[in-house]
Design a protein around this ligand. Structure first.
Ligand code: ADP
Ligand code: MG
Length: 335
């Protein structure tokens, strides 16, 4: 009898061991409001506790980035940099350094279409408040003198804003950077595959548990319910900037939150821009930059860069049109 029980126990242990090794990988998902949008994280893991821990911690990681880069927080690193505008140099974290360097790089490449010194002008429009309004033109003209990425002096571990009262705003890059940090975190912690989506700034790696590729769809810029399906592009990050995300209308005119740093007014050339590339930081920056540059100059920039693809919607004589770069031309459907 004893021998039979020992034998059964052994069989049970072997079965359990096999189950632990060969049990199927499953998809786990969590959704949270964050950074003025909705963040979704999907990941593959075998057991519930590993997955739940990873999900909790990956959101903490993104919150950490948000706390550094949030202009509205009095204790954020970006606020402390802004508070020293026109004064001394400020020591910055390596992460802030990375974001500022990347922003400056694309500011140069885009001829100042992307410019994080837009902060003061952005505040005048009050897009983040319940009552945004067109600023007085005199106010805008005065604020424009505080815009200019050349007035950011960046060297190893330090930054200095040359003009008093100038203000940095990382709204066009922080979400992308947070998505990259989330992905790096998940990779480091051993998650075999994941998708992180911060309101349309997406990065993914690996495959779904079924073995298939992660699917990405883009919202149609004028037909809310319509989704543009995207086939396999082969680039892990994608971001969209659109004039429908944050806007108000006055006298029949749409005013949205992607601003032309040269005029202080919303950029008029595009309706929406989707950019695919290697990192969510670059995709986020480039979507905003290309939007401001407009379809022609924007697509020129895209084609000049390696491993960058784009879909640009714009209006011509009241009609919605689009241009698309060669690498995604045959990959889009549903519109
Ligand atoms: P969303 O935040 O809706 O994804 P974007 O990535 O295009 O859209 O970012 C828009 C935000 O970027 C604005 O709310 C503002 O904070 C900032 N921004 C607006 N215009 C510019 C610009 N020309 N250069 C850099 N940042 C900008
Ligand atoms: Mg952006």
């Amino acid at each position: 009898m004893k021998r039979i029980i020992s034998y059964l126990l052994l069989v049970l242990l072997v079965v359990l061991a096999f189950w632990r090794i060969y049990r199927p990988v499953r998809l786990w998902e969590a959704v949270r409001p964050m950074m003025d949008t909705v963040v979704t994280v999907k990941l593959c893991a075998k057991d519930s506790s590993t997955a739940q821990n990873l999900l909790t911690e990956v959101f903490q990681e993104m919150e950490r980035i948000d706390r550094m880069m949030d202009n509205y927080s009095p204790t954020s690193e970006i606020t402390s940099i802004n508070s020293m505008a026109g004064k001394e140099r400020v020591s910055i974290s390596p992460e802030m350094g990375q974001v500022l360097r990347r922003s400056q790089y694309f500011a140069g490449l885009s001829g100042g279409a992307f410019d994080i010194t837009i902060g003061f002008i952005k505040e005048l429009w009050r897009f983040d408040s319940p009552n945004p309004a067109v600023p007085l033109s005199g106010q805008l003209a005065a604020a424009l003198t505080l815009v200019g990425y050349q007035n950011i002096q960046l060297d190893a571990g330090r930054v200095r804003l040359l003009e008093p009262k100038m203000k940095l705003d990382l709204g066009g890059v922080a979400k992308g950077y947070a998505v990259d940090c989330a992905v790096e975190f998940l990779k480091e912690r051993g998650a075999k595959s994941a998708l992180v989506d911060a309101g349309g700034d997406v990065r993914l790696y690996g495959k779904k548990p079924s073995g298939g590729d992660w699917q990405i769809a883009i919202r149609h810029p004028r037909e809310k319910e319509k989704l543009i399906r995207v086939g396999k592009v082969g680039l892990p990050a994608v971001a969209t900037s659109g004039d429908y995300e944050r806007f108000f209308t006055k006298d029949g005119k749409r005013y949205h939150h992607i601003l032309n740093p040269h005029t202080g007014y919303p950029a008029r050339g595009c309706v929406s821009v989707t950019v695919w590339t290697r990192t969510a930081t670059d995709a986020d920056i480039l979507a905003t930059a290309v939007f401001v540059m407009g379809p022609e100059k924007g697509m020129e920039l895209v084609e000049r860069l390696d491993e960058v693809e784009a879909l640009i919607f714009f209006e011509k004589e009241g009609k919605l049109e689009y241009v698309v770069s060669p690498g995604v031309r045959d990959k889009l459907s549903g519109f």
